[in-house]
Design a protein around this ligand. Structure first.
Ligand code: DON
Length: 316
């Protein structure tokens, strides 16, 4: 394993170009998400990777500037907003444990009083959305989310919510509606289910490029600071909490194998994006739209595995 302290950032562009070449040659690319046309129509051949390092250097390859639907990666940002709003109050409504179940599973809720295992499965992210709608109201919660994210990017105005994706999420989101209604019967959803889900679906519909997603992750690399502005985004303790949850739960029932293969806190989305963070060193985003059976990017995971083999960034 290479020594991460000795890895020279000037080699990064060459390293990720080599990885992109390897990924281009892969024939098993997984399956694109097919529940809504904007995801189903994405070309399986797309691949992008971006890294922002602790000195602010940006390294990109492939389709790193192409916007895509970040989907569940956004759960990291909703959680950040909710921790800022209610801090530890969150943890009576959602737990901090791995689920070992699919991202949209309902099964544990019945025996666990409607309290989701963690904020990254859909049920947990819906509770986080409910907390944000209670705290800010629906419209302001969306503005707060964009207000949290945009200052992290070099081109803030292009961080957008794709309204068409949000509408189609709403039209097809029967499972999410079931989860929200079921949790409401336990008293763990406080607002009208449609309002809570409106926030959730819009959050899932955030669109950005790999380069921008890597920029978003920088506050988790720095212990909670926006390195562009020097402003605090989240407390250091809560940044650590978010990273720990990413490591344990960021890939659902694939989290254990991701932790072993990549060794970085990471969060995936069904759009094929993954955000991974090496604390103090780098924020990495990768996009390959083909998914594995757990709904995580197949080649995105492979590319991150190759990156840590080159750099020694595995935190273990
Ligand atoms: O709510 C859903 O099921 C989707 N909009 C997002 C799920 C997702 O991204 C799971 N991640 N890999």
């Amino acid at each position: 394993m290479p020594d991460p302290e000795k890895y020279c950032m000037t080699s990064l562009t060459a390293t990720i170009s080599e990885i992109a070449d390897e990924m281009r040659a892969e024939t098993d690319r997984g399956q694109v998400a097919n529940y809504i046309p904007p995801l189903a129509s994405v070309d399986l051949g797309r691949f992008g990777m971006a890294i922002v390092d602790a000195e602010g250097g940006s390294h990109t390859v492939g389709d790193a500037e192409e916007p895509f639907s970040i989907q569940s990666v956004s759960k990291v940002f909703g959680l950040t907003l909710a921790l800022n709003a209610v801090d530890a109050g969150l943890w009576s409504r959602v737990r901090q444990e791995p689920s070992g179940s699919a991202f949209n599973s309902i099964i544990q809720l019945e025996n666990e009083n409607g309290i989701p295992r963690n904020p990254f499965i859909n049920a947990g992210a819906i509770v986080v959305s409910d907390i944000l709608v209670s705290h800010y109201g629906l419209e302001d919660a969306q503005n707060e989310l964009l207000g949290l994210l945009r200052p992290l990017s070099a081109d803030p105005d292009t961080i957008l919510i794709d309204r068409d994706v949000a509408t189609q999420e709403e039209e097809t989101g029967f499972r999410n509606k079931a989860l929200a209604n079921y949790m409401r019967t336990f008293g763990n959803i406080h607002n009208a289910v449609d309002e809570t889900l409106a926030f959730y679906f819009h959050q899932c519909a955030l669109t950005m490029s790999c380069r921008q997603l890597a920029e978003m992750g920088t506050y988790l690399m720095t212990g909670g600071i926006n390195s562009r502005t020097g402003e605090r985004v989240i407390s250091t303790r809560n940044a650590q909490t978010v990273l720990a949850l990413m490591m344990m739960c960021g890939h659902y029932d694939g989290s254990g194998s991701f932790a072993i293969r990549v060794g970085l806190p990471g969060k995936s989305g069904v759009g094929g994006g993954i955000l991974a963070v090496t604390p103090g060193v780098a924020s990495v985003a990768v996009w390959s739209p083909g998914l594995n059976t757990q709904g995580n990017s197949l080649l995105g995971t492979r590319a991150l595995e190759r990156l840590v083999q080159h750099t020694g960034w595995n935190v273990f």
